[in-house]
Every structure is written in structure tokens, then in C-alpha cells.
Design a binder for this molecule. Structure first.
Ligand SMILES: [Zn+2]
Length: 379
């Protein structure tokens, strides 16, 4: 019969790598045959000591002394271990079972503690990540600008479907001139900015990911100077450049959006964003994003030689309207505060002095065109 190894035997008188062995349990003890078919003298149970061993502590380790040499036998075969348990005297097994149980217990306790610690860290970590927006920010940093453009354009279609777009005239020309003047100063922008004027009395402007900007005629009508409108545009353009809108969207959509981004599923992300519908323009920016858009917006105005005093004056007026709870749409997504106007004033002082250059359009004509179109009866 061919030799079948079911154990490995080590000994002080044996080769270092051990000898593959065939072991059988008899009523008296262990009968051992080495791979060279050399039968060993049987070892009685009362000469054996047992331990649990091996990488997973699932091996039976049997030790004894034979002719002055120490022997250790590793048995992994479950059938052999079962046969051994069946034949061995209970005193011998009791010691082994105690040892195995304590190993199991230590391991279980360690595993429980480890799981609890990992669970806590994951919960705290994810909580902190979600709380501080860092997870959304990281995910957004992986989104190619092309995806943002598609998400923005798709949302824009939905938004404009419910609005009256002003296609030409003094307001459109003025807003385009302001946008060009500002965006010309942005170096290496991955975005192509487009601006659309919507006829609506609400005082608002917003920007979608990828560079679609919308200005409501109510904002132009409410502004006391073109520099005030340009200030809002500078702020909105920077929300796009810093990808704040995209962060709002990803944070709102949650884990599914992050998974779509990580796995490079462009259509999946666009589909998810589409579910937000026109709600996309009502997502609020957080305080840090507002501050960032304010300061970078101010620097952009400075670079474009647009008087930043307009931006500050407008924000101060909005902060006042908010106190008076006047309904200004711009405030619902960009809450104003006196603190923000104060920060802008301090930032402006730190920038080098410059001589502002006025816009080419006729501001009075622009405002008059809104009033006259308001007066037209609706058909
Ligand atoms: Zn804002």
C-alpha cells in the first residue's frame, strides 16, 4: 500500500525540515510510520503531552521523548485528531482542551476588542469626514471637468425649462461684458463660462458646475451700480472654480455618488445628479465655501480692475435685508452677514491700490430696459 502522510514529525535526532509521517491511534497509544516506511516503536498515551499549535491553533501538537531524543508531531488531519480524541484517556485530553479553550478565548477577546476599535474608528472617521465635507471634497477632486460640464448643462436645461430667458438686449450685453472681463483674468481655467439672463423679479444669480451662470433681471434691477452685479458674478464664478456646487451635489447624493466617482461611472453620477432636478440650485453652500468665494471673488474683481467697493456695498445691503427678513433669493443659498462684508473690507485693504476701470455699457440704459420690459403687459 502506498505511503500516505497525515502528520509531520520533528525531533532532535531528525532532519530539520521534519519527516512526513503516517500516524494511527491504537487503544494503547500512537503508531507512527515515517515516509521511508520505517515503523517507529509505538508511543503509549502516558508518555505524551499535548498542545494546540500551528498558525491557526487548529493543529494537535504531540510531544514525547524517545531514546533520549525529543519528538514533536504536528497533526492537522481532522479525522486523525478525532480518532486520537476517541482513543486517548480523558486526563490527557483535559489538559489539551483547557489550553485550546484559553487560546480560543484570548483570540475571541482580542478579535472582539479589535472589531470594536475598528468599528469605532470607522464610525468616527466617516462621521468626521462627512461632517467636515472632506469625503465629498476628496471625491469631487476625482471628477473630470468634462463630467461637471455635463451635469451642469443637464441641470441648466431643467432649470431654464421653467424660466423666461432673455436672449438679447442691454441686460444681456452688460452681463456678458462683465463675465468676459472677469473670466479673462482666470489663468488655465478648465471651464468655459456661459452666462444666461432670466427675466424674473427675484434678486438672484447662481452658477452650476462646469461654468453655467444664471443672472436674474431682479438682481440687475436691485443693484445700485454695475460693480455690484459684477461682485456677485465674481463670487459665483469662484464657487464654480472651487467646485463648491459639485461638493454640495455629491454630499447631498451621498455614498452612491462617491461610489460612482471612485469607480469612474460617469453616466451613473450624471443619472444621480439628474434626480436632484431643479433642486440643484437650492443647495446651500457652507460658511467656509462662502468665505472662500467672497475672498477669491474679490481678488478676481481686483485683477479685472473692477471697483470692489460695489461688491462690499451690495453685500452690506444684503446683510441688512436679511436682518429685516426681506425676501431675497440670493440669501437662501448664500446667507449674508455683516461679518462677511467686514472680511471683504479687510481683504481689500491688504490688496495693492489700483485705479478701477468703468464698464463700457450704459448702466442707466440697462436698468431702464428692465423697467420698461416689466411694464409690458403679459400676453
Ligand atoms: Zn455663495
Amino acid at each position: 500500500m502506498a505511503f500516505q502522510s497525515n502528520a509531520l514529525c520533528f525531533g532532535s535526532d531528525l532532519p530539520g525540515q521534519g519527516i512526513p509521517s503516517h500516524v494511527e491511534t491504537t487503544p494503547e497509544g500512537l503508531a507512527l510510520t515515517f515516509s521511508d516506511q520505517h515503523s517507529q516503536p509505538p508511543v503509549p498515551f502516558d508518555q505524551l503531552s499535548l498542545e494546540a499549535g500551528g498558525f491557526d491553533h487548529d493543529q494537535l501538537v504531540v510531544k514525547w521523548t524517545q531514546g533520549g531524543a525529543s519528538r514533536t508531531l504536528y497533526i492537522k488531519d481532522a479525522a486523525v485528531i478525532a480518532a486520537f480524541r476517541h482513543a486517548a484517556p480523558p486526563e490527557l485530553l483535559a489538559h489539551f482542551d483547557r489550553a485550546a479553550a484559553s487560546v480560543r478565548q484570548v483570540r475571541t477577546t482580542r478579535r472582539t476588542v479589535l472589531l470594536a476599535v475598528v468599528g469605532l474608528l470607522v464610525t468616527l472617521g466617516l462621521g468626521a469626514w462627512f461632517g467636515s465635507d472632506a469625503l465629498a471634497t476628496w471625491a469631487v477632486s476625482l471628477i473630470p471637468p468634462e463630467w461637471e460640464k455635463q451635469i451642469g448643462e443637464s441641470a441648466m436645461k431643467d432649470v431654464l425649462a421653467q424660466q423666461e430667458v432673455v436672449r438679447e438686449g442691454p441686460v444681456v450685453d452688460a452681463v456678458k461684458e462683465m463675465t468676459t472681463r472677469l473670466t479673462e483674468q482666470i489663468a488655465n481655467s478648465p471651464y468655459q463660462f456661459t452666462v444666461t439672463v432670466v427675466k424674473s423679479p427675484v434678486v438672484n444669480a447662481f452658477a452650476l458646475p462646469g461654468g453655467s451662470v444664471v443672472v436674474f433681471t431682479g438682481l440687475v434691477k436691485e443693484a445700485k451700480s454695475p460693480e455690484e452685479v459684477a461682485g456677485v458674478l465674481g463670487h459665483e464664478i469662484n464657487h464654480v472654480l472651487q467646485r463648491h456646487g459639485m461638493e454640495r451635489i455629491v454630499k447631498t447624493l451621498g455614498v452612491m455618488a462617491i461610489a460612482a466617482i471612485v469607480f469612474g461611472d460617469q453616466q451613473g453620477l450624471i443619472g444621480l445628479a439628474k434626480q436632484l432636478g431643479v433642486e440643484i440650485i437650492t443647495l446651500k453652500y457652507n460658511r467656509d465655501q462662502e468665505t472662500e468665494a467672497d475672498l477669491t471673488g474679490l481678488r478676481l474683481l481686483h485683477k479685472a480692475k473692477v471697483d470692489p467697493a460695489g461688491m462690499i456695498a451690495f453685500f452690506e445691503r444684503l446683510a441688512q435685508s436679511e436682518k429685516e427678513t426681506q425676501r431675497v433669493e440670493l440669501l437662501s443659498t448664500h446667507p449674508m452677514s455683516a461679518r462677511r462684508a467686514g472680511q471683504l473690507t479687510a481683504e481689500l485693504k491688504a490688496l495693492p491700490k489700483f485705479l478701477p476701470e468703468p464698464f463700457a455699457f450704459d448702466w442707466e440704459k440697462v436698468q431702464a430696459s428692465i423697467k420698461s420690459s416689466d411694464a409690458q403687459p403679459k400676453l
